[in-house]
Design a protein around this ligand. Structure first.
Ligand SMILES: [Zn+2]
Length: 193
């Protein structure tokens, strides 16, 4: 999540410079909201689940990239004043969100839904082989993992953690990368706005 906020800020600033658009709070808020969009839409109705070891269950619905990107692009082109440039920013930030959800915390997303219902995750420990909780969510053990819903339920039963927020964001080096991106975003915001 800190990564998403940072990326939303950084790319909205880059977008303003690149397309010669005024850098406004509206634009920055748009970038951040787009970056958090799938988590807000899927997570808010399932807040209790988000703070449990079953947090992965929030990644359905808005976490189907094909639906989300097509529907969102149409809405952005109709509602917002930046035309195709705004659609470009929306697609770029959304793609980064979905790729980010396939690396690190959680069990990936259904990248190609509705054509495939499998979950995809990159650079994960080989969770099928570990029958004890792993000490990290990022590893070069397996470049790409592809799981069915039943696989994800089984994996979550062994590796899911109720304390995933404090464990991942404050005790894992990947979490520190998230905070670094967040702080770069905040710094760029104060330098540029
Ligand atoms: Zn997400």
């Amino acid at each position: 999540m800190p990564f998403d906020i940072g990326i939303g800020i950084i790319l909205s600033i880059a977008f303003a410079h690149f397309f010669g658009i005024d850098l406004s709070w509206v634009l920055v808020m748009f970038g951040v909201l787009v970056s958090l969009g799938p988590d807000i839409i899927d997570g808010l109705p399932r807040l209790k689940t988000m703070f449990s070891e079953n947090a992965h269950k929030h990644r359905d619905g808005a976490h189907y990239p094909l639906y989300y990107i097509i529907a969102g692009s149409i809405i952005v082109s109709l509602v917002l004043p930046w035309g195709l440039a705004g659609v470009f920013l929306f697609v770029l930030i959304s793609v980064i969100h979905f790729l980010h959800d396939c690396i690190g915390v959680g069990w990936g997303i259904r990248m190609f839904y509705p054509f495939s219902k499998k979950y995809f995750k990159f650079f994960s420990p080989d969770l099928d082989l570990h029958n004890k909780r792993v000490s990290t969510y990022i590893s070069t053990e397996k470049i790409i993992s592809i799981w069915t819903k039943a696989d994800v339920q089984k994996i979550n039963h062994i590796h899911g953690r109720k304390d995933w927020i404090t464990w991942y964001y404050f005790k894992q080096s990947a979490g520190y990368v998230e905070w670094t991106v967040f702080l770069i975003g905040i710094w760029l915001l104060f330098v540029n706005i």
